[in-house]
Design a protein around this ligand. Structure first.
Ligand SMILES: Nc1ncnc2c1ncn2[C@@H]1O[C@H](COP(=O)(O)OP(=O)(O)O)[C@@H](O)[C@H]1O
Ligand SMILES: [Mg+2]
Length: 208
């Protein structure tokens, strides 16, 4: 029996995280693994309720501090109720966003990266993925993919301005450079199938 693994997909809006999550899960299942597909914010009933609070409503509904705490609370529930139990029974878990999204979106303004990691230590004992893929795509391409999908309707955080999203993308790239053992930047351009192949190459050392 192989060790269960926790894999996360990260990156900005429209880079293909949700598409790749489904594709990656299908390939892993075809290899005989039990796979749990999940997402953040959300993933457990309690955290999905918090997701609604976070992603709907007016732009200034939450202060940056309140928002960061809500994300950390949702994640604590998600880790405790879904992710850890799945790993304990031997399933692989793949999540569409996790802690690195909080670091990139909530840890680059009023709060620092260190603040976000402190909240994660309190909420989830600092629990980290075995591997994280940051999907990278030129801004214009990601915007155009998101636009095709949503027709211009974005959620409370997705609707922030271009400068904010550029800062988020830069933060993700920085994490991949500084934490190369866990976090790999993956080129998300081209056909979805080609991207999935790149992701699988990035799991070579973890796959049975
Ligand atoms: N490799 C790709 N090439 C072209 N379009 C893609 C590709 N991957 C995903 N898409 C499309 O782009 C849009 C955004 O993809 P999605 O997986 O929803 O991104 P994310 O979850 O990162 O926001 C969707 O409409 C999806 O079908
Ligand atoms: Mg998505």
């Amino acid at each position: 029996m192989t060790a269960a693994r926790f894999i996360t997909l990260e990156g900005g809006e429209g880079v293909g995280k949700s598409t790749q999550l489904r594709a990656l899960a299908a390939v892993l299942r075809a290899r005989g693994l039990e796979v749990v597909e999940t997402r953040e914010p959300g993933g457990s009933p309690g955290a999905e309720a918090v997701r609604d609070l976070l992603l709907t409503g007016v732009a200034d509904r939450w202060s940056p501090r309140a928002e960061a705490l809500l994300f950390a609370a949702a994640r604590a529930d998600h880790v405790g109720k879904i992710i850890r139990p799945a790993l304990q029974r031997g399933a692989w878990v793949v999540s569409d966003r996790f802690i690195d999204s909080s670091r990139a979106y909530q840890g680059m303004g009023e709060l620092t990266d260190e603040d976000i990691l402190t909240l994660h230590r309190i909420g989830s004992s600092g629990f980290l993925p075995d591997r994280t893929f940051v999907l990278t795509l030129p801004d214009v391409e990601a915007e155009s993919r998101a636009q095709t999908r949503d027709g211009g309707d974005s959620d409370r955080i997705g609707g922030r301005d271009r400068a904010f999203h550029q800062q988020v993308a830069q933060a993700f790239s920085r994490f991949a450079t500084m934490e190369a053992d866990r976090i790999r930047a993956i080129d998300a351009s081209g056909e979805a199938q080609a991207v999935t192949t790149r992701l699988l190459q990035g799991l070579d050392d973890l796959l049975p």
